[in-house]
Design a protein around this ligand. Structure first.
Ligand SMILES: [Mn+2]
Length: 438
């Protein structure tokens, strides 16, 4: 049996509000599935972040349902995992549940729908051919808790999974992503024939050793942000041949419809480079997508209007899509990351919270989690978060935020006491929190 593995598709992604990115994703999907059908590869794993948002537009949903039905009606089996982007903020089903409930041949065994009716991790599975695909539910929440939950799930699976099983999940592994984004070690992966992962947008392929099964991240289909332009891996599906003793991982390369480039330049030089990019355009390719990092020195500090007009002029003249990703102030050596405004919406919210909370990013993260666990009506997580927020470790942060340590004072005897045992302080914290949780 040969299967295809995709992840981090992000249907509906419109970075900088740019429609073409979503069009590119859809055109890549069309090319990929046409190719898979030609190659008679009809089992496809989508390892999370099928959609860019948990509530895709109806238009994107209709497009996706039509697309999936087109292929399932021709005998495809599609297995999807929920990713952080597919995961609803409030208690709700995921768009993948909706498709799984309405399209035969599309499976989301660990969607929220299944979550409510099944009670064991061993139930989140689907059997296709001679293989059983176990799909890990996406776990959200505070990092430490997530790690514990993944640890428990993976060690439970380790006892039962074997070479007739494929594990599917959307999570970051240590060694492949930032420390704060990782929740498990490769050594914790159960001994399945192949582990189909998603979450990391770069391509990572691990062939497997005695202790660790083969695993891979296919990477995103097109660069979804400036930093992903630097990922130069081939785009398209990974192809896993399961017929031998070991899973053989190969790939089908699919050409994106356009080139994506980063231009780091001063405004005066933009036209020069834009001409080069436009001249490099390969026949049959659409207009290149330029992420512009504009360098500004104190001497040549153009106004916002001037920048906008110049970009519009060059965009028109050379038939390029140019988007201002960031402004780099080269003399001050400070970067204004405009791009972050367009990044993950949660990071914007966290940054706002952090600035309201006197720059205490750890606390901001906790308050952010609290807000969302309240919205989900997750009582267990909410009370755990409140306990952490009111613990003695965060006393100093709260004192600074509430201004009670604005002037130096002698060491208070109960400074080691958790905040929840300090009624006056607790009331103040509560009032402050209520402001954020609106
Ligand atoms: Mn993703």
């Amino acid at each position: 049996m040969i299967i295809a593995h995709l992840a981090d598709i992000h249907i509906g992604a419109r970075k900088y509000g740019e429609e073409v990115l979503d069009q590119d994703i859809k055109s890549m999907l069309e090319q990929i599935f046409e190719t898979l059908e030609r190659e008679h590869i009809t089992t496809v794993i989508l390892a999370g972040d099928v959609f860019d948002k948990p509530k895709p537009s109806h238009e994107d949903l209709v497009w996706t349902v039509r697309f999936i039905k087109k292929y399932t009606s021709r005998g495809f089996n599609i297995i999807a995992a929920v990713g952080d982007h597919d995961y609803p903020a409030r208690r709700d089903l995921t768009p993948l549940d909706l498709i799984a409930a309405s399209v035969d041949g599309f499976y989301a065994p660990a969607g929220a729908l299944a979550f409510r009716s099944k009670n064991s991790i061993l139930d989140f599975k689907v059997r296709i051919g001679n293989y059983t695909f176990y799909v890990l539910p996406y776990i959200r929440g505070i990092k430490q808790k997530r790690e514990e939950q993944y640890k428990a799930i993976l060690s439970r699976l380790k006892q039962v999974l074997d070479k007739t099983t494929i594990l599917v999940g959307h999570l970051g592994l240590y060694g492949h992503t930032r420390e704060d984004d990782a929740v498990a070690y490769p050594q914790q992966l159960p001994g399945s024939k192949y582990v189909a992962l998603g979450h990391i947008h770069n391509r990572i392929i691990f062939e497997g050793t005695g202790d660790i099964p083969p695993y891979a991240y296919p990477g995103s289909l097109v660069p979804l942000a400036l930093n992903e332009v630097r990922h130069t891996h081939p785009r398209g599906p990974l192809i896993i041949d399961l017929s031998g003793d070991h899973a053989e991982i190969s790939m089908i390369k699919i050409e994106p419809p356009r080139e994506y480039v980063i231009l780091e330049t001063e405004l005066e030089q933009l036209e020069h480079y834009a001409r080069i990019v436009a001249g490099r355009r390969a026949p049959g390719k659409q207009e290149p997508f330029v992420h512009l990092v504009l360098k500004i020195t104190e001497k040549t500090s153009p106004s916002k209007i001037r920048i906008r007009e110049e970009i519009a002029r060059i965009r028109e003249k050379y038939n390029l899509i140019i988007r201002l990703a960031a402004i780099q102030r080269t003399t001050k050596r400070e970067e204004t990351e405009l791009s972050s405004v367009n990044e993950d919406p949660s990071s914007i919210e966290k940054n706002i919270l952090a600035s309201l909370l006197g720059g205490h990013t750890h606390l901001a993260e906790l308050v952010y989690q609290l807000k969302h666990s309240l919205a989900r009506e997750d009582e267990a997580e909410t009370s755990q978060l409140i306990a952490t927020i009111l613990s003695s470790e965060l006393r100093k942060e709260w004192s600074q935020i509430l201004g009670s340590e604005s002037k130096p004072r002698r060491q208070h005897s109960d400074s080691k006491k958790p905040l929840r045992e300090d009624p006056a302080m607790r009331r103040k914290v509560r009032r402050t929190l209520e402001g954020f949780l609106e």
